[in-house]
Design a protein around this ligand. Sequence first.
Ligand SMILES: Cc1cc2nc3c(=O)[nH]c(=O)nc-3n(C[C@H](O)[C@H](O)[C@H](O)COP(=O)(O)O)c2cc1C
Length: 182
Amino acid sequence: MAQFDKLFEPITIKSMTIPNRIIMPALTVNTAMGEINDATVAYYERRAKGGAGLITIGISPVVPGMVTGLDISDDRFIPGHKRAVDAIHRHGARANIQLWHPGRYEMTFLTGRQAVSASDVAPPIFSKEKPRALTVEEIKEIVEAFGKAAVRAKEAGYDCVEIIASAGYLISQFMSPVGHQP
Ligand SMILES: Cc1cc2nc3c(=O)[nH]c(=O)nc-3n(C[C@H](O)[C@H](O)[C@H](O)COP(=O)(O)O)c2cc1C
């Protein structure tokens, strides 16, 4: 139908051309906790086969030890991400990765350490445990970690990166007073 023609037209954003306007948003899948495995690659390959123009790999922690998500906090994770990216590219789609720091929503029952945040206010859901307020020096290190993760993403072949500043995670904990209601 004519009104949907645009949906199937390519779109160019700077140097990236997406073959159509269909985007799969970030969706965390539990095929892997930390490292990308065969099931993860197969999952994203099937999504690309389905015809979406841009596929987003879900939350990918930029600092070590988060356990959840598809880790990109170290160079050793690059080959796994490259496999997922190559599988997506095989079907003509572009690949995006969502760079993540959970802040006070770190799953402390998995990581075994205290979460960090903009302040020491506990989250109203999930762990409900008090995080530790970051120092300015630590904030700078996390900013640096986001940058380094983006460089790794580029090395793995991703066409773009997305920085999650929503959903109550670390960046939004700095931005919204709602994120600080006990
Ligand atoms: C199981 C599950 C995992 C999700 N993981 C993420 C994620 O990693 N990052 C994110 O920004 N949103 C995540 N979301 C939110 C989805 O991206 C969101 O549902 C979608 O953008 C809205 O589309 P929908 O209305 O079709 O659900 C997740 C949602 C579900 C149901």
